[in-house]
Write a protein that binds this ligand. Structure first.
Ligand SMILES: Nc1ncnc2c1ncn2[C@@H]1O[C@H](COP(=O)(O)OP(=O)(O)O)[C@@H](O)[C@H]1O
Ligand SMILES: [Mg+2]
Length: 470
């Protein structure tokens, strides 16, 4: 495998699934943690608002108390709040003078707007950094109902966010820990699942690996694999089936050839041995040579027929798309066979429609010659052979019938097999090798045609069907 192959190869399935699952789980967990953080922050804001509200009300109460009692607010404000930690407040009077401020934070710098409200809510709070602490604070303008005058005070309340921020920091660390850990676990589980999920594939591949040329009958069970693989298994089975039948045909083919050639070669050998046994006259020699010549010719015809068959069956010959005038072409063929027919006093008649078909001319002749010569050969003497042309649904049906005994149904289907002869005893008298019909069917099929045979008590009819040219 070179580098180019490696770059072209699609990335591994395990890798794809892992990346996909990894990204998804990361996004989901991040989203969930964002939502959780948001809701915790919201909760803290509400908690702070409640606490600051309490402080604010306490301060306000003390201010009112100071006024009703006529004491100075600064003296009692420092004890306004108890039981609250990390909460600070600053009170300014109308003249913007500071009446009271908690130590440890610098609330003077608070830049926020002042609200005139009764209650502190989360929306009135804003964040504020006093240089040392992060605070959540708000400023409220408070009118004080004193006996003689109406006065305004500004109260700034603030709570330290240190505790909450620490908590959030810890929480965030834990969250990231959970995200990374669950991400790793998910990825590992996904990888394992993919590995396990591929085990039927590995099993298939082992089984396929065990198939050899002599074990082509192995089929995979589509119910034995997950549904996703059932199609693959079925296509594979179909492929093996085609291979098997191809293989079978091939081995039958060579066995048939060997078988068909053995008889004439044995005959030739025996005849030659007999003639060589003792001196013969020139006449005897020439007679035996003539007889041998006939055998040679038969063998040569058979070999060329086999070749033609091999070529058409394997798509090695491309048929020419030629337009053929059916009536005229068949007329010529009948003329050509007339001499042969006369020997048996057979009359050939041509009936039916005329039409133009689409077919390779020499293949058409080959197919019809085979059918016509069969009809003449297998018809009794003084019989009548009929060639009838019919146009049906954009097709021409050319039927060649001859009288003769009925061919049994079981034999009809086998007539088109290679080397098949219905009557083996006639094997050697006619010169047919049993290839004529096989060739006829094969050449018709490469021309998008087909062949059919019917046989009744009176006659046998072969019908060649070919597409019309228009
Ligand atoms: N017109 C026909 N009438 C009766 N039998 C036929 C006819 N054509 C073919 N057959 C039968 O089909 C067999 C196969 O025909 P074919 O392939 O042409 O081989 P061949 O003519 O060399 O024997 C023949 O042996 C014969 O038994
Ligand atoms: Mg024949």
């Amino acid at each position: 495998m070179n580098l180019k192959d490696l770059t072209k190869r699609p990335s591994s399935l395990a890798f794809r699934v892992t990346v996909f699952v990894g990204i998804t789980i990361f996004l989901c967990l991040t989203l969930i943690s964002l939502m959780v953080k948001q809701s915790i922050a919201q909760h803290f804001a509400e908690q702070d608002a409640d606490e600051l509200n309490e402080v604010f009300l306490a301060v306000k109460r003390k201010l009112n108390q100071a006024y009703t009692q006529g004491t100075s607010p600064s003296s009692i404000l420092f004890q306004a709040v108890s039981g609250h930690h990390g909460v600070y407040y600053l009170v300014k009077n109308e003249a913007n003078e500071i009446v009271f401020t908690s130590d440890s934070v610098d609330l003077e710098k608070y830049p926020g707007v002042a609200y005139e409200i009764e209650h502190i809510t989360p929306s009135t709070l804003s964040l504020f950094f006093d240089g040392e602490n992060m605070l959540r604070a708000t400023e409220v303008i408070v009118p004080i109902q004193a006996a003689q005058s109406h006065k305004h005070y500004q109260i700034i309340v603030a709570s330290n966010m240190k505790f909450h921020m620490n908590y959030m920091e810890e929480f965030e660390k834990t969250l990231w820990g959970i995200i990374v850990l669950s991400g790793i676990i998910t990825i590992l589980v996904a990888r394992f699942a993919v590995y396990r999920g591929h085990s039927p594939l590995r099993r298939l591949s082992r089984k396929i690996g065990s198939i050899t040329a002599d074990k082509l009958d192995i089929r995979l069970d589509p119910t034995d694999v997950p549904v996703e693989l059932a199609n693959l298994v079925e296509s594979f089975n179909a492929m093996i089936e085609r291979l098997e039948s191809g293989f079978e045909r091939l081995s039958h083919f060579s066995a048939d050839i060997a078988h068909e050639l053995r008889t004439p070669i044995t005959n030739l050998t025996t005849q030659t041995q007999v003639i060589l046994n003792q001196p013969r006259s020139t006449n005897d020699y020439s007679e035996i040579l003539y007889s041998n010549l006939e055998e040679y010719e038969r063998m040569s015809k058979m070999v060329s027929d086999m070749l033609l068959l091999a070529q058409t069956e394997h798509g090695l010959v491309k048929p020419k798309a030629e337009v053929i005038d059916c009536h005229k072409e068949i007329g010529k063929l009948i003329e050509y066979f007339e001499l042969l027919a006369e020997e048996k006093h057979i009359y050939i008649q041509l009936l039916g429609d005329n039409g133009e078909i689409m077919c390779d001319k020499s293949m058409f002749r080959q197919a019809l010659c085979n059918l016509l010569s069969n009809a003449i050969r297998y018809a009794p003497d003084y019989a009548e052979v009929t060639v009838a042309i019919q146009m049906v649904h954009k097709e021409a049906q050319i039927s060649i019938s001859n009288p003769g005994p009925k061919i049994p149904e079981t034999q009809l289907l086998r007539l088109f097999d290679r080397f098949y002869r219905a009557d083996p005893s006639r094997n050697r008298d006619g010169q047919g090798a049993g290839l004529g019909l096989t060739i006829a069917r094969s050449v018709l099929e490469v021309n998008r045609g087909r062949i059919r045979v019917e046989s009744s008590e009176q006659k046998t009819t072969f019908t060649a069907i070919l597409p019309l040219s228009r």
